[in-house]
Design a protein around this ligand. Structure first.
Ligand SMILES: [Zn+2]
Length: 310
């Protein structure tokens, strides 16, 4: 089905449960192309992005940011998704070309690529002095189950999370999305039982997006329940990298490393992990960065031969 736009829905079932649902098919296809991602890496990015978009939907203030990191020790390496309250998202995986042989389950071996020996870490920068950081062990490496375990253990919220991505035969993205259901305080037993009874249908949510638009899918899986959609928003891929920011990163390498780059390579190129944009720094620019990097904080050590910081 041709999708017009990516969308996040936020709603309520009665006064018992909060529901977040997203269709991010276009966004995941965009990131697949940016990273020239393998099928397995695309599915991993799609699942992690869907989970993170629904987490970001809970952020309250414009300046709030969230980082979801999954590292299971598998060949895909670190999975990093960063987003904000505006649903401006960016993501990367350590090895976007990752491929692993099939596992026990049919289809792509996602858990084999993610690994299970590691953690889900969620860091929320809510403008307070310290970010809020929650971390829980991975349970399956399939991402959806790992995020559900995170909500239960770290945020004491027993939640339902299903995220998935499907690929075309040419390995482009057909559809990507997910659903998160969180019982609210005082949620009735009847409602919990009702959701439990429908869990099979709910687990099909990402797959239903392949042939129906998100509103129809919501109506179908919550048929007969008191579903209210409160918000509709559009998640987007946005990278906030800049030459200035990378200059700041280079400065943290310290004068010695910078001198090496200047003398041995006559400059350096930095590639943004999130958007693949390249930034070139020539020797003159590195010298400029070095003059600041070695300025007041390290006044004496190894300053011989330094250019004037002026
Ligand atoms: Zn970037």
């Amino acid at each position: 089905m041709k999708k017009d736009n990516d969308i996040l829905l936020q709603g309520l079932i009665g006064e018992d449960m909060a529901v977040y649902a997203c269709d991010i098919s276009r966004l995941v296809e965009e990131i697949r192309q940016t990273h020239d991602a393998s099928p397995i890496a695309t599915i991993i990015l799609g699942r992690a992005l869907a989970a993170a978009v629904m987490m970001c939907a809970t952020l309250k203030n414009d300046t709030d940011r969230l980082t979801l990191m999954i590292n299971g020790g598998g060949p895909v390496g670190n999975i990093i998704v960063v987003g904000n309250a505006e649903l401006e998202m960016k993501a990367y995986v350590g090895d976007p070309g990752v491929d692993v042989p099939p596992g026990d389950k049919p289809g792509f071996n996602i858990a084999g690529a993610v690994g299970t020996d590691g953690f889900v870490t969620v860091s929320k920068d809510l403008g307070l002095r310290e970010p809020y950081v929650g971390r829980t062990p991975l349970v399956s490496g399939e991402i959806g189950e790992d995020i559900a375990a995170y909500y239960l253990q770290s945020e004491q919220q027993p939640s339902v999370v299903f995220v998935n991505t499907w690929l075309e035969t040419d390995m482009s993205v057909i559809n990507a999305g997910g659903i998160t259901i969180k019982p609210m305080p005082g949620c009735s037993e009847e409602m919990l039982t009702e959701i439990e009874n429908r869990i099979g249908e709910i687990s099909n949510f990402p797959m239903y997006l392949m042939s129906e638009d998100i509103d129809k899918v919501m109506d179908r899986i919550f048929a007969g329940m008191d579903l209210t959609i409160l918000e509709r928003r559009q998640p987007r891929l946005v990278c906030d990298c800049s030459k200035e920011r990378f200059a700041g990163v280079l400065a943290t390498l310290g004068p010695e490393e910078l001198t090496k780059m200047i003398e041995e390579d006559g400059g350096t190129e930095i590639v943004c992990s999130f958007c693949n944009k390249k930034y070139n720094f020539d020797a003159g620019e590195l010298e400029e960065i070095r003059s600041h990097a070695s300025a007041p904080e390290q006044p004496s050590a190894g300053t011989e031969g330094e250019p004037n910081g002026g």
